[in-house]
Ligand binder design. Structure first.
Ligand code: CA
Length: 222
């Protein structure tokens, strides 16, 4: 999952980024409204965390332009404590959720998980493909009941595959959702990570989940 944070307070932005990276999300940060809008319009984010008070363009203006341009990326607004009108406007302009500053990081994480579930029919915190189970709240992964120990990047990659099970994913799709904008597309890092993941989730099991689609990319299926 790739997340954009638009927040001009550097301390808050880096606090959120650090926490999200620890949870395996790929994270980009914009420090003003114009840069935020540009990034949100030109990348495929899974979520935008949008502060309301921003230089150059406010969070509400960004939201309005995104929705006006038919970009439906889920948006979570960060609002000041007693600004009821910002919340109302945010919801009217099409934000999906909001969080009042200051907030506990665990609440942010729980709300992100809830927003991610909203897009799918998935109501539980567990994602399943065949005998593979990912628990999104404990971050525990098992296959046929055996614990599988993944690094943060491997976990993020697996989560992206599982959420898109049955779809053919190109290397570009994978880079856009699992890596941040510092990703160098001229390396074979994606293939390397897929190899790591296969060694952990497929190698010791007769039924393989990850399949190579020659010339296109990869797919994960039951
Ligand atoms: Ca601000």
């Amino acid at each position: 999952m790739r997340i954009l944070i638009v927040e001009d307070e550097k301390k808050v932005a880096s606090f959120i980024k650090k926490g999200l990276v620890e949870e395996s999300y790929a994270v980009d940060v914009a420090y003003d409204g114009e840069e935020g809008l540009f990034l949100a319009e030109n990348n495929e984010y899974d979520l935008v965390i949008l502060d309301v008070m921003l230089p150059k363009k406010t969070g509400l203006e960004i939201l309005k332009e995104l929705r006006g341009g038919n970009i439906q990326t889920p948006v979570m607004m960060l609002t000041a404590k007693d600004s009821v009108s910002d919340k109302v406007k945010g919801l009217d302009f099409g934000c999906d959720d909001y969080l009042t500053k200051p907030f506990a990081f665990d609440e942010l994480l729980a709300r992100i998980r809830a927003l991610m579930r909203r897009g799918t029919k998935e109501k539980s915190v567990q994602l399943k493909v065949a005998d593979l189970v990912m628990d999104l709240s404990t971050r525990k992964v098992t296959r046929a009941g055996q614990d599988i120990d993944l690094t943060s990047k491997e976990y993020a990659l697996l989560e992206y595959f599982v959420r898109n099970k049955g779809r053919i994913l190109t290397r570009t799709n994978i880079a856009e959702h699992v890596w941040d904008y510092n990703f160098d597309s001229f390396t074979n890092v994606i293939d390397v990570y897929i190899n790591y993941l296969r060694n952990k989730i497929d190698k010791d099991f007769p039924h393989k989940l990850i399949h190579t689609v020659r010339g296109v990319g990869y797919t994960l299926k039951d």
